[in-house]
Each structure stands twice: as C-alpha cells, then as structure tokens.
Design a protein around this ligand. Structure first.
Ligand code: GLC
Length: 432
C-alpha cells in the first residue's frame, strides 16, 4: 500500500522512465513507440509537473500527421495509432509492416480515438495565469490548426455521407482492441494467409492477450489498407470491417465541442462554427445507437446495419460526450456489480472475462473520462465513487496497464504511462 505522496513520486518517475526525449512510451518492451491516445492522456500527467514537456508530447505526436502530399494524397490530417520515431524489434506489427515506408516519419495506417482537443482544453484550464497561460496560448496557436485538420479528416474520410456517425475500419482504431463488441463484425474478415510473428506473448501471459484467430484478422485488415493504396473512399466502400464505434463517436463528439472552444479562444470563429455543426449532426444521429436492453449506447455494424448489442464501457461515455441521455443510472448499476470499479465489459454479459484484454478488465483512463463527464453533468457523487475505486486500486496495485475488476490485481504491462498520468491529473490533486 503506497501513500499519496509516494504514489505521486512513482507516477512522475514512471513518466520520466518511459520518456524517449519528446515522446512517452506506454510501457517499455510491450509498446516501444508513441501511441496516439496514450500521448493525449499522458500529456495530462506531464502537465502536473512540467508544462513545457506536456505540450511537447503533442508536437512529437503531430510530427507524424499525414499531409496533403503523403501516400496517395487523400488523407490530409490523418493521425496514426502508432508513430514510429525510432525502430524497435520488440513489437509486431512494427514500422516495416504497414506499407508506409515513404513517409518521413513512419506510422501505422489506422487511427485511434481523438482525445487530444479535450486534453489540450484541460491543459489550458490548468494554466490559468502568467507564463503558463502564455505558453498554453502559444502552443495552441500551433496545434489547433493540426487538430482541425485531424477532425476534418475523421468527418471527411470516415463519414463521407455525412450521417453524423464516423466509421472505423480496424478494431485497433477503437483503442479497445479485443472488445467482445467486435466479435460479430470480425466474422466477415478473412484470416491472413501470410506468416507473421507476434511479439506480445514475449511480454505478457497468453491468458491476458487476444488469441491467434484474432491476430490473423488484424493482419488481414492492416494489409487491406495498403492493398487499396490507403484510399479512404475504397476503405469506406470495400473494407470487410466497418463499424460505428460508440467509443470513437463519443470521444470525437466531446473533442469537437472542446475544439470549438479552443478555436473561439484563438478568435477562429468560422472553424468553431464548423465543429459545432458537426456536433449537432452527431447529437441527433447517435439516437440510432441506443440499446433498450442495456440502457446505454452501443456500436453498430454498418455493413449489416445491426446494432452490436454488447454492454461495454465505451457506451457509457455518454455524459462525457454530452449526449442527451447521460447513462448515469446505468453507470450506478454497473458499480454495484464489480467491487473495484467499472469494467470494460459489463460483468453480467456472458462473454465477460475478468482478466483478458478489453473483455472485462478496468482501464483507468476510461474511468477518468467517464467520471469527469458525469461530474460535468451534475453527477458529482457518482463521479466521486468512480474516483474512489480508482484511488484504492492504484494505491494497492500501482500503475498497471489494466486491472481485474473482481480481484483488483494489476495486469498486462507494468509501469504504465497513462495510468500514472491518470493518477497525477485526476486522483492526486486535493479538493476535487
Ligand atoms: C493497447 C490498447 C490501446 C493502447 C495501446 C498502448 O493496444 O488496446 O488502447 O493505445 O495498447 O497502450
């Protein structure tokens, strides 16, 4: 059991240890590059003790953003799931697997949940006066145009018919890689016929990681993007996996609201309006993703039109997104079912697995986003309960990748950056 101060010291040391000079590894070995949404959450942790370093995490991340000339020229603004600043042979699929060798900074060819505008807004709010505020405004002047390009990429390339609900073309884009919500749409994806060698099992026990049949399909989808020359129109029309992920949709919704705010702060009124127009469209369209059975939002397979009626924590980000139904009573119900906080898949769901990747374990950053969203919507007591669960888990088990919601065991990678950042930003500060 760690004290508050000890844990804050360990959290700062974890970020320093994973720092590779401008970008932070999620954890050494298992994830040896810069990950997209990890970078956003991790910047919050840096912000609690080194604002310059915090903003720099975004400069490094956006150095891998694709421009109008890159790889076929149709993905201006794309921001990848992984940016490979330096090579490493401890991870598959590494920089040589994606067909992106022509890029100056090599990346993967899929994206991840766009948390960044929200994280930057929170960083601005932590910089209320003086030099910290000057720094924030100076960095935002550079970063907001990149955020705008990125949000426009999501709306243009992943929702070309302007339905209000963006599509994703690879389970890894959701960041909730092995969620049981993806089991059904993955049945339409062929297994790859080519040989490849996984590296994750060198670091973590197979019982906590996805099976081979899943990886065979991940590789197929990775190769599909390359086979269509990264053409977003072809991906949208032909990819054998196309899903409206409620997690991405909720995170993009919140981020576009926050981006509109950041634009207003900088006096960019037309882009602010443009983002709010997108937000309004999604606000109406998301009603189609409501599950009466689970009393929350869920994802949808856009090829069959079927709801993926699986209760995952992604569908509880409704308050965070600002959707009309905030799901607070469903969150309260979930909290009575598992002793250590909100699992990634509801405990009563038949395919819940307490220790396997995204099929049950708790990820602390999701609980932070959910709790902050609930507090924003006036559910302060519920938000405090989520925070209290997280505090206990981190004080007992330290900073792991994820946690067993039934035993509280820390699982997956250790010395994990975004978990440490979650502590520094959300749990450690007094008076919240
Ligand atoms: C796993 C997670 C993903 C995360 C990455 C690095 O792939 O599923 O969400 O970004 O690890 O932490």
């Amino acid at each position: 059991m760690y004290s508050r101060e000890q844990l804050a010291d360990i959290a700062r040391a974890t970020l320093r240890k994973n720092d590779r000079g401008g970008y932070t590894l999620p954890t050494a070995g298992l994830y040896p590059f810069q990950w997209n949404w990890d970078a956003g959450i991790t910047a919050l942790g840096w912000m609690s003790f080194d604002a310059t370093r915090a903003w720099h995490e975004f400069d490094t991340l956006f150095s891998g953003q694709w421009g109008a000339e890159d790889l076929g020229g149709k993905n201006d603004g794309f921001l990848a799931q992984i940016t490979f600043h330096k090579d490493s042979d401890s991870y598959f699929p590494g920089s040589d697997q994606w067909g992106t060798e022509a890029l100056e900074v090599r990346t993967s060819s899929i994206s991840q949940p766009p948390v960044h505008a929200t994280m930057m807004r929170w960083m601005l709010e932590r910089s209320a006066t003086g030099p910290a505020q000057d720094l924030a405004l100076e960095r935002l002047a550079v970063l907001v145009p990149k955020l705008l390009a990125h949000h426009r990429w999501w709306y243009r390339c992943r929702d070309p018919q302007q339905t209000g609900l963006v599509v994703n073309v690879h389970p890894w884009e959701t960041g909730m890689d092995n969620s049981p919500a993806w089991d059904a749409p993955l049945r339409a994806v062929p297994a790859t016929a080519r040989p490849y060698e996984r590296k994750d099992l060198d670091h973590v026990d197979a019982s906590m990681r996805p099976p081979k049949a899943f990886y065979d399909r991940m590789v197929y989808l990775m190769d599909f993007n390359r086979s269509v020359g990264f053409d977003p129109a072809r991906m949208y029309a032909e990819c054998p996996y196309r899903v409206n992920d409620i997690g991405i949709i909720s995170i993009l919704q919140r981020a576009s609201r926050d981006l509109a705010h950041l634009c207003s702060v900088l006096g960019l009124n037309a882009p602010a309006q443009e983002m709010l127009m997108r937000v309004n469209r999604t606000q109406l369209a998301v009603q189609a993703l409501w599950s009466d059975r689970w009393q929350q939002y869920v994802s949808r397979d856009t090829q069959t039109g079927a709801l993926l009626d699986v209760p995952t924590s992604a569908g509880l980000l409704a308050a965070y997104a600002g959707f009309d139904r905030d799901c607070a009573s469903t969150v309260a119900q979930w909290l009575t079912e598992t002793p250590y906080g909100l699992p990634s898949t509801r405990m009563t769901f038949p395919r819940f697995e307490a220790r396997r990747y995204w099929r049950g374990p708790i990820w602390q950053h999701i609980n932070m986003l959910m709790a902050v969203g609930l507090a924003d919507r006036g559910h302060a007591e519920l938000a405090q309960r989520i925070r209290q669960h997280s505090r206990v888990l981190l004080e007992v088990a330290g900073f792991h990748e994820y946690y067993d919601p039934l035993t509280g065991d820390g699982l997956g990678g250790a010395e994990f950056s975004w978990t440490a950042a979650t502590y520094l930003h959300w749990i450690y500060p007094e008076g919240q």
